[in-house]
Design a protein around this ligand. Structure first.
Ligand SMILES: *Cc1c(COP(=O)(O)O)cnc(C)c1O
Length: 385
């Protein structure tokens, strides 16, 4: 394989834009003409497409992935006195939302192979919270980290046993599937982000909540518009301004037809990485029955010093890389107090999350990588090992 010499983007939105620029321009022009910038027909159209693509009965467009998580938790009435279990190794938004609502995030360690929430540790922490009796176990937020679906059958089973709400943070995994079923129908609700670099991204902030439950869907529609009732000036509950705007919906509509092919191209890129790097460094392994959306491609290096060396070599070769995430959430200054308050006595440590933060390195991943690009990234990685 000859290596490419062209610039390699970490995420590439330009190559994609070139394919659909005419549709995007026409979509925006239509909105400028009809003038319904908020809750326009494009929002209804993308909600229908998202439901069709994922198999979820209802899709509710919202202003971001973070707001999707927040609205879904507001609808359950989650707040002070409630424990919300979530992985310590994830993006900050997953932990921020329970705190904003006054609930207590309880950090759970992750599985060293899948990087997703560890079910044994989850069960242990739920039991500890129950035993202490100060907080009520109310919800689990499972994250499909890097695009790989979490162990949803097991999470759902545990939630059912304890009467907890199961919320899927699928912000990195739109298009992923488990046992032949797309993410979007596994948990009670699924939060999607359309931040530009996600597997389906708009050109600003955007998100959606997917659910099979018609009552939840109606609540989400009310909560995203200030808790409104059937008429605009009837306020039934405290909500927020959490709508998806028409222009972002039009961008998503233009991108939807590319998505299936892009998911295949991401899988191909991952396979090329595996062929070039497998056996030399720890490459991501897809769990049985899962289909990753390959939102982010992350390898593990032996230790932090080797990672720093590899990252420097990549930079010297003009190849971008990133660290998702350098610090587990329970070590973040903003969350340390909440962590201490979740389980006050004998909280088990979170060794896997801490270890992954020292060793993870994410490589360029997007659907427009050629085999020669991957060869060049791999060469840069291997050159300094
Ligand atoms: C991106 C992301 C979010 C937040 O999505 P926004 O649309 O940026 O608000 C939440 N959780 C995870 C795991 C994410 O990667």
């Amino acid at each position: 394989m000859t290596t490419s010499t062209r610039p390699i983007a970490f995420f590439d939105m330009k190559a994609q834009q070139a394919l659909i620029r005419a549709e995007i321009d026409a979509g925006i022009a239509r909105i400028l003409d009809h003038g319904r910038f908020i809750q326009g027909p494009e929002v209804d159209a993308i909600e229908a497409k998202l439901a069709e693509f994922t198999g979820a009965a209802h899709a509710v467009g919202v202003s971001s992935g973070t707001d999707a998580l927040q609205i879904a938790m507001m609808a359950e009435g989650i707040g002070p006195g409630d424990a919300v279990f979530l992985p310590a190794f994830t993006y900050t938004a997953t932990a921020e939302v329970p705190l904003v609502l006054g609930a207590t995030p309880v950090f759970v360690d992750v599985d060293p192979a899948s990087f997703n929430i560890d079910l044994e540790d989850l069960a242990r922490r739920v039991a500890l919270v129950e035993k202490e009796g100060r907080l009520r176990p109310r919800a689990v937020i499972g994250v499909d980290l890097y695009g790989q679906p979490a162990n949803w059958p097991a999470i759902e089973g545990l939630c059912e046993k304890h009467g907890m709400f199961a919320l899927d943070d699928a912000a990195q995994a739109f298009g992923g599937a488990l046992h032949g079923r797309r993410l979007g129908t596994w948990a009670h609700a699924t939060a999607c982000s359309f931040y530009p670099t996600k597997t389906l991204g708009c050109y600003g902030d955007g998100g959606a909540i997917l659910t099979d439950d018609p009552e939840r869907a109606e609540l989400y529609r009310s909560l995203r518009t200030h808790g409104e009732g059937k008429s605009r000036y009837e306020v039934l509950r405290t909500g927020m301004n959490g709508r998806l705007d028409s222009i972002q919906a039009a961008i998503l509509l233009a991108k939807m037809p590319l998505l299936e092919g892009e998911l295949v191209a991401r899988r191909q890129a991952a396979a090329w990485y595996e062929a070039a790097l497998g056996g030399r460094v720890a490459t991501p392994q897809v769990t049985a029955g899962a289909e990753s959306a390959w939102g982010i491609y992350t390898i593990l290096l032996p230790d932090a010093a080797v990672r720093a060396r590899v990252q420097a070599a990549m930079q010297a070769a003009g190849v971008p890389s990133a660290i998702y995430y350098p610090k587990p959430l329970h070590h973040q200054p903003a969350y340390a107090a909440a962590h201490a308050a979740g389980i006050t006595a004998g909280a088990p440590p979170l060794p896997v999350s801490e270890d992954l933060c020292n060793r993870c390195l994410s490589l360029p991943m997007h659907p427009y990588l050629a085999e020669g690009d991957i060869a060049r990234v791999a060469e840069a990685v291997l050159s300094s090992l």
